[in-house]
Design a protein around this ligand. Sequence first.
Ligand SMILES: Cc1cc2nc3c(=O)[nH]c(=O)nc-3n(C[C@H](O)[C@H](O)[C@H](O)COP(=O)(O)OP(=O)(O)OC[C@H]3O[C@@H](n4cnc5c(N)ncnc54)[C@H](O)[C@@H]3O)c2cc1C
Length: 425
Amino acid sequence: MTHKQVLIIGAGFAGLNAAKRLRDLDDISITIIDRENHHLFQPLLYQVAMAALSPADIAVPIRSLFASAQNIRVVKAEATSVDLAARKVVTDAGDFPYDYLLLACGARHAYFGHEEWEAYAPGLKTLPQATEIRRRVLEAFEAAEKETDFERRRRHLTFVVVGGGPTGVELAGAIGEMSRFTLAQDFRHIDPRQTRVILVEAGPRILPSFDEKLAARAMRDLESLGVQTWTGGAVTDITSDGVTIGTEHIAACTVLWAAGVRASEIGRTLPGVTLDRSGRVEVDDHLNIPQHAEVFVAGDMSRSVDANGKQLPGVALVAMQQGIYFAETLRADLRGKARKPFRYHDLGQMATIGRSRAITEFGRLRLTGLFAWWFWLIVHIYRLSGFRNRLSVLIQWAWSYWTFGRGARLIVGKEWRAYGAEGKV
Ligand SMILES: Cc1cc2nc3c(=O)[nH]c(=O)nc-3n(C[C@H](O)[C@H](O)[C@H](O)COP(=O)(O)OP(=O)(O)OC[C@H]3O[C@@H](n4cnc5c(N)ncnc54)[C@H](O)[C@@H]3O)c2cc1C
């Protein structure tokens, strides 16, 4: 019997969990294709952006995860399209045939048709974006320290975060905390009370997917860190001067984007599929696209529903469970067993606000404050890939907790020039 060729595009939460569950099958050949060489733990990206962790703490080389799996090959390449008829995926490193295909390329930010805003308001999806945000935030404090004009200093010390979902809340809370507790000790001229952090949400309240009382608690926690929450007003313009919301203008040097996502472009290359407004591929309850039981789409780039027809959220747990489902379905096929439909087990949601507050929701159980934060901490350590990363993050969090320090407060990422080009040796 010839080996089945299994192709996994994207080593995010969905792709990685699929491959891990198939590593013991020596009668299939698996190829994982990713345009990056690392798997990224996105839920802790904001900690890199806020200088609490370093990039290597939350990313792990994909090759190292599968070094001992003889049936798995890792290729660093960008997939550009899928040829369903020929059963192959086209990449910038050539074509890859498949018998089974898992498409799990995730999503990126969307600016609601205003892509020009991206230059002024970076989103947070990748490590380069996280280090760029870190650079902008730290540069703003450096500029404020040197500035003598009150208005200009105020502009440097005004941070606007657009989008009141968990990422926006976590970013805004972290800036509030960093300015009040960490940077205030290091700078000589900045009064931390001058730092303004404004969280803008177009909807009627922040954290719309959470219980109303928990969201209200999160808002109070944010206020205690100096974060103002502006709800009910959509951003109408973003420039280098700041943000406009209707007739209101906020003069700010640093604007961060945490609103709106668009699924991976590769979904658009699939003929005969339906895409939703965010470009997600609609899949059936086996995660297949129409007429193709060998093609599965999972995670942030797919649109699937639960048993009640409610759309599943774009979160890591959905992606992980869908990746595992792909592996189990493939095993069932190989054994000649019937496929079962995908069922999502909702294990709840959580968001953290600063260093010792969080909100968590598990069915009817609601936790807030320090207890919820400990819970958040344990869950994230447990889910991180790689023992080294777990240990490193744990040590750094313990250090930050006792000292209020942020060890990764480095401004890097300026354009590199050879010494010769600058006239230096
Ligand atoms: C800042 C932030 C915070 C978050 N916080 C939470 C949280 O607290 N809890 C939670 O549950 N979820 C959270 N999420 C959401 C969660 O991270 C996503 O739902 C999850 O990563 C989706 O997994 P995925 O496998 O679909 O895609 P991803 O994890 O995004 O992985 C996609 C992979 O595909 C690769 N790829 C993309 N395009 C191509 C291509 N054309 N060719 C080859 N490779 C490609 C990428 O490099 C990447 O490795 C957060 C997301 C962000 C951005």
